[in-house]
Design a protein around this ligand. Structure first.
Ligand SMILES: [Zn+2]
Length: 461
């Protein structure tokens, strides 16, 4: 396979990719904050970095790539949603309902879009200790301070303590312009307007953990940025190869991840390559709930809200890949129809005699994931070679989705759980086997809280 070139936001140029360790190529991508249905803008990084994950596996070997995509399950937006949707429950229980429900939906959505599961999918609330450790190290080294934020104590990162703060977003030396995009309003307790929250004290009715800083316990919760510094370190180490996310995350989120990780670990980099996908707009307009053009993945797959019909996952996926990942996308019915036509042609050509060479197509992908050129050149291959090429971008044709939709699978699973409750194992097994014949594999597990049987499913390819 030809050498892989990736555009690096940090250096603002395309570079030949050289991993630190060819036997363990490491990538981190910021995942969802789980409080609401994922929209089509959220789908873009998931699809783009899934293509990169597949390409890296193709180049370095399936077992030699580690991909971490986190779940942010502590956030003030989650608290607000929990209060709105479950006013009668204790807040922590309500929060768990919101995050579990949203995470399950997210998994169903990205599976339908043909994405592989990442190697690890940590949740922020499982890594609080790691965050507390990093924050204390930053305090010890003079990169952080404790202040009274008016609503309680805060531990803040001292941006003036880092000489090259702002490199990623090209803001070095422009500290006073950094209020814009900050998560917390600028207040007088900060030494510098750009100082950002690492930890903030919780009120009694807010979720919180005991964090010990400089010998004092602050019952509180982490800031958003520190989560990714802790989770990436836990699975990928102090430095790793690729960090990805949407363009909107460059500042402040990724800039602050770099500041925290580099200052705590004494390293000159967090990740070697920083990659960012472009924005998504819908029918020529910025997506917004008030304009009525807020499109969720779930709606596209399962309702008739967009263009008056449902859209198969592989059509949504191809529609996304028709544009180079760094360019903005205008997501429209016309684009989806175009993608659907291409998919129909490809499905026929996969059945033809094998012709052409998939390697020529892979060469498009190794040039900074040029999926649009890849799609334009698909005409040059057919049969097995076409199948091979399509697998690398995650377009896999399956008959399953045509005759068996999600709703029917879910009701079959519920029926089967009923048979288990009645100890009618023969009927339960019959349903399992019938689904398997149609390409649906069930997985049984237990709910960690209630101990009840939980069944999930996946398409067996
Ligand atoms: Zn992040």
């Amino acid at each position: 396979m030809s050498e892989l070139k990736l555009y690096n936001t940090l250096t603002r140029q395309k570079e030949v990719f050289v991993p630190e360790d060819e036997n363990n190529v490491r990538m981190y991508v910021c995942g969802p904050t789980v409080y609401d249905f994922a929209h089509i803008g959220n789908a873009r990084p998931v699809i783009v970095f899934d293509v990169l994950f597949r390409l890296l596996r193709h180049k370095y070997g399936e077992n030699n790539v580690t991909y971490v995509r986190n779940i942010t399950d502590v956030d003030d937006k989650i608290n607000a949603r929990a209060l709105r949707d479950y006013p009668d429950l204790p807040l922590n229980e309500a929060i768990r309902h919101v995050t579990e429900k949203t995470a399950t939906q997210y998994h169903a959505d990205v599976k339908a879009l043909g994405c592989l599961e990442p190697t690890h999918e940590p949740r922020a609330t499982e890594h609080i200790d790691g965050m507390v450790t990093i924050i204390q190290t930053l305090l010890d080294k003079g990169h952080a301070y404790v202040a009274d934020g008016g609503q309680g104590k805060e531990v803040l990162f001292r941006v003036s303590s880092m000489e090259n703060y702002g490199t990623l977003s090209n803001r070095v030396g422009k500290l006073n312009e950094q209020q814009e995009g900050a998560r917390v309003a600028v207040e007088s307790h900060k030494e510098n307007a750009g100082d950002f929250v690492l930890w903030k004290q919780s009120k009694d009715d807010e979720p919180g953990w005991s964090g010990e800083f400089n010998g004092d316990t602050i019952h509180g919760r982490p800031g958003w940025h520190i989560e990714c510094s802790a989770m990436s370190e836990a699975f990928l180490g102090k430095t790793f190869d690729i960090h990805g996310g949407g363009l909107d995350l460059i500042f402040p989120h990724h800039e602050n991840e770099i500041a925290q990780s580099c200052c705590a670990h004494g390293t000159d980099k967090m990740a070697s390559v920083w990659m960012h996908n472009g924005y998504v707009q819908v029918e020529g307009k910025k997506m917004s709930k008030s304009d009525g053009n807020f499109v969720t993945i779930h709606d596209l797959l399962h309702t008739e809200k967009f263009g008056g019909r449902k859209w198969p996952g592989e059509v949504l996926r191809l529609a996304m890949l028709m544009t180079h990942y760094r360019e903005p996308i205008d997501f429209s019915v016309k684009r989806l129809e175009e993608a659907e036509n291409i998919i129909a042609k490809l499905a026929r050509r996969v059945e033809e005699a094998s012709n052409g060479d998939a390697a020529l197509l892979v060469a498009c992908l190794t040039d900074d994931l040029n999926t649009s050129e890849f799609i334009a050149k698909l005409n040059s291959v057919s049969g097995e070679q076409l199948k091979l090429a399509l697998e690398i971008v995650g377009i896999v044709f399956s008959k399953v989705e045509n005759d068996l939709d999600d709703d029917r699978i879910v009701s079959a699973i519920e029926e089967r759980l009923g048979f288990f409750a009645d100890k009618n194992f023969a009927e339960a097994d019959r349903i399992r086997d019938e689904l398997l014949e149609q390409g649906i594999q069930l997985k049984d597990g237990k709910d960690t809280e209630t101990g009840e049987r939980v069944t999930t499913w996946e398409v067996k390819r």
